[in-house]
Structure formats: structure tokens, C-alpha cells
Ligand binder design. Structure first.
Ligand code: FAD
Ligand code: NAP
Length: 338
């Protein structure tokens, strides 16, 4: 039976290390525990927060409801020719799954090495890095419907994946708890090195024909050199999404700032590098009280030790205003605010 705890600090459960309190907290280790939990709470009046690794969250106040931490374990797989269907429990640490797959030579997840958090959260914002997104390997997931207690299967097309988006962040926000995810991987690797610093780093190490283990190792090395380690400095990765704008807006921007870092996006749109926009406004490595931006990547907001969530949020407002004033571009937060 799941054990409920009262009035607990969420500091160990969020990578920003914000010291907010939750009125009630329960950890789930099996899908069947969810039924038991919801038999004991009023699912219509009780505020619910589903928590994975807390690596994409900013708590700006205490949480006056029930936090459900998902710790459902387990990785299994079925091979079918070159294809492998890997199933992982929602509580599996994402990078443990990546390591498992790289170790077994199951290709597809290697570019997503070292993304913090859990498997269950991976479809929520369609996690992505180095030119690969969850949607590229997603087969289906199972989820517990909070209103009914039913278990539902979501296929690829049910999930409406977009750039750091899915149906779970939009139409179905707060309605389902993902309990496991199925991935379609392949024993014949398609090596993807044309993104960010991967090719340059492979070249530097004199690796001419990289394996998926090489790609994973290099991605890990780049990430460690560039990003703050949440175990030593609180952060939730990229605080804002890269803005995607239409051609007309881009032409106006480009005429004024021809050096603007940009990439083509689907539907003839243009993706701007939010980190570059923020850096150009003078924010890279800036320290404001207990918060600031990371010295190697202005897109990452950090907690220098004792920041409150509100302090980080207010600082993010300053950044949004500065980027809008200089570039007339709207930044939207990627991190979930509670
Ligand atoms: P949490 O932060 O616990 O939750 C995130 C959201 O998902 C919340 O709304 C929560 O309610 C919901 N949720 C969590 N679990 C479930 C579930 N089982 N069912 C239903 N809803 C659920 N993200 C990227 O996309 N790419 C990156 O390269 C990347 N790099 C990062 C680097 C660093 C240093 C950090 C700190 C973060 C980075 N992130 C990145 C963001 C983050 O790691 C991902 O968004 C990750 O998927 C969050 O997982 P989590 O388990 O920590 O989710
Ligand atoms: P980077 O390599 O310095 O690149 C800056 C931005 O340019 C990235 O955000 C990336 O967009 C985009 N980009 C780079 N090469 C591209 C290409 N060939 N085609 C299209 N877009 C390209 O970025 P970084 O900060 O070191 O991050 C590296 C990767 O890890 C990125 O994919 C990034 O998304 C991911 N990451 C994500 C988080 C998070 O919390 N979400 C945190 C750290 C790193 P995309 O972001 O769209 O890929």
C-alpha cells in the first residue's frame, strides 16, 4: 500500500533545489498503486501534481495538494528482426534507459544521452536534443486516467507531438499519469552527428566511424562541459523554448540583426536560438541575487544556493522583457511553473 506523507519539503525532488513544501506526498512503485491512491482521495477537489525527476519544474510557492512521485521501475524488450520494442516503466531514470539500450546495441536513443528525468515524463514535452526527439522512437505509452481510474493506451498519433509539445501538455494536461512507454529501436544504427558540436567532437577524438556508444559518449562529454550539473548547482535545463517565428517576422529581424542564429523549422518557419537572443541582451553568466544565467549557456537559469522559485521566475520575466524590447521576439517558458 502506498504511504502518504504530510507537509514535506520538495527540495530533494526538484533539480532547481527550490525549498517548497507539499501538503501531501506519495510515491508510486506499481501501476496498481495508483488505483489505491485515488480510492483514498477526492479526485475532483484535490489538487494533484505528478512528479518524475523534477528536472523540468519551478516551484514558486508551496503546493497545497497531493504530489504523486512516479517510481515505477522495469525495462524489458522484444526483438523482431532488426527492430526492437523496448518497454520501460515511467519511473525509470531516462539516462539509465539510454545506457541500457546503448549497451545492448539498440540504436535510437544515443543522441538523447544524459537528459535528466524519468521515462514517464519523456513524452510530455517530447524531449529532444542533438537533432533527435522522443517522437522519432516513440511507439506507444500506457497511462492512468485520473477521472476514471482506467488504463489507456496512447499511440503515436494520439500524442500530437510537436516541438517540446504533446497532447499531455495541452488538451490532456493534468488528466493522465503515464505508467510506461514503448520505444521502437533498431539494431542497425543510423548515426546522427550533423547537429551541434557532435561531429567536431568526434573529429577531435579522431573517431572516423562512430558507433552508437561513441555518439553517446561524445554527447555526454559535450553536455558535461556546457551544462551545469544539477547535483551541484540547481537548474532545470533550458528555461525557455527556442522561438519559432514566421518568415515575414524573420525578414524584419534579419534586416536589423543579420548575425541572428537561426535554423529552418517545419511549415516554412524559422527557429531562433533563444540562448543567443538572451546572450545579446547581456544576460550570459549574469548573477542577480541568488539566481542568474549559466556562464556557458544563457538559456539555463540557475539557483546559486538559496533562490526562491519566485526570485527565479521574476528574473525570467526580466529576460523576456529584455528580449522583447531588443528583438521584438516573444520567449515562452519551457519549464513547468507551479
Ligand atoms: P518532471 O520535471 O518531474 O515533470 C515534468 C512535467 O511532466 C510536469 O508537468 C509533470 O507533472 C509531468 N510528468 C512527469 N512525469 C509524469 C508521468 N509519469 N505522467 C504524467 N505526467 C508526468 N529536456 C529536453 O527535452 N532536452 C534536453 O536536452 C534537456 N536537457 C536538460 C538538462 C538539464 C541539466 C536539466 C536539468 C533538464 C534538461 N531537460 C531537457 C529538461 C528535463 O530533463 C526533461 O523535460 C525531462 O523529460 C523531465 O523529466 P522529469 O521526470 O524530471 O519530469
Ligand atoms: P547548441 O548546440 O549551442 O545550439 C543552440 C541551439 O541551436 C539549440 O537550442 C538547437 O536547437 C539549435 N541547433 C544547433 N544545431 C542545430 C542544427 N543543426 N539544426 C537545427 N537546430 C540546431 O545547444 P546546446 O544548448 O548546447 O544544446 C544542445 C542540444 O541539447 C540541443 O538540441 C538542446 O535542445 C538540447 N538541450 C536541451 C535542454 C532543455 O532543457 N530542453 C537543455 C540542454 C540541452 P534545439 O534546442 O531545437 O535542438
Amino acid at each position: 500500500m502506498p504511504v502518504f506523507q504530510e507537509s514535506i519539503s520538495l527540495k530533494p525532488f526538484n533539480t532547481f533545489r527550490i525549498d517548497s513544501k507539499a501538503d501531501r506526498f506519495v510515491e508510486i512503485k506499481r501501476e496498481s498503486d495508483l488505483k489505491a491512491v485515488f480510492d483514498g482521495v477526492d479526485r475532483y477537489t484535490q489538487e494533484i501534481l505528478v512528479l518524475g525527476g523534477g528536472s523540468n519544474m519551478l516551484f514558486t510557492k508551496d503546493f497545497k495538494g497531493l504530489v504523486i512521485k512516479i517510481s515505477i521501475p522495469g525495462i524489458s524488450y522484444v526483438e523482431n528482426g532488426d527492430e526492437v520494442i523496448v518497454t520501460a516503466g515511467a519511473g525509470v531514470v531516462w539516462n539509465d534507459l539510454v545506457t541500457f539500450c546503448v549497451h545492448h546495441d539498440f540504436a535510437g536513443l544515443e543522441n538523447l544521452t544524459l537528459i535528466p528525468g524519468t521515462v514517464g515524463a519523456s513524452p510530455i514535452q517530447n524531449i529532444g536534443a542533438y537533432g533527435v526527439e522522443l517522437k522519432d522512437v516513440f511507439s506507444s505509452c500506457t497511462a492512468f486516467e485520473i477521472a476514471t481510474g482506467d488504463i489507456k493506451k496512447f499511440t503515436y498519433s494520439d500524442c500530437n507531438f510537436g516541438y517540446r509539445e504533446s497532447v499531455f501538455k495541452n488538451k490532456l494536461k493534468g488528466k493522465y499519469i503515464i505508467t510506461s512507454v514503448n520505444f521502437t529501436l533498431n539494431k542497425k544504427a543510423t548515426i546522427r552527428t550533423q547537429y551541434g558540436a557532435i561531429a567536431a567532437e568526434l573529429e577531435r577524438r579522431n573517431i572516423k566511424q562512430p558507433s552508437i556508444a561513441d555518439v553517446s559518449m561524445v554527447v555526454a562529454a559535450i553536455r558535461v562541459s556546457k551544462l551545469p550539473d544539477p547535483s551541484t548547482i540547481g537548474n532545470a535545463g533550458s528555461f525557455f523554448k527556442n522561438p519559432v517565428i514566421d518568415k515575414k517576422q524573420f525578414e524584419v529581424l534579419f534586416a536589423k540583426f543579420p548575425e541572428v542564429v537561426h535554423y529552418p523549422a517545419p511549415a516554412e518557419k524559422i527557429k531562433l536560438a533563444a540562448g543567443w537572443l538572451i546572450e545579446q541582451c547581456g544576460f550570459k553568466g549574469k548573477v542577480v541575487g541568488q539566481t542568474g544565467t549559466w556562464k556557458n549557456q544563457a538559456l539555463v537559469l540557475v539557483n546559486h544556493g538559496y533562490a526562491s522559485g519566485q526570485e527565479v521566475y521574476d528574473f525570467s520575466e526580466q529576460i523576456i522583457r529584455a528580449v522583447h524590447a531588443k528583438f521584438n521576439v516573444a520567449l515562452n517558458r519551457e519549464v513547468n511553473i507551479f
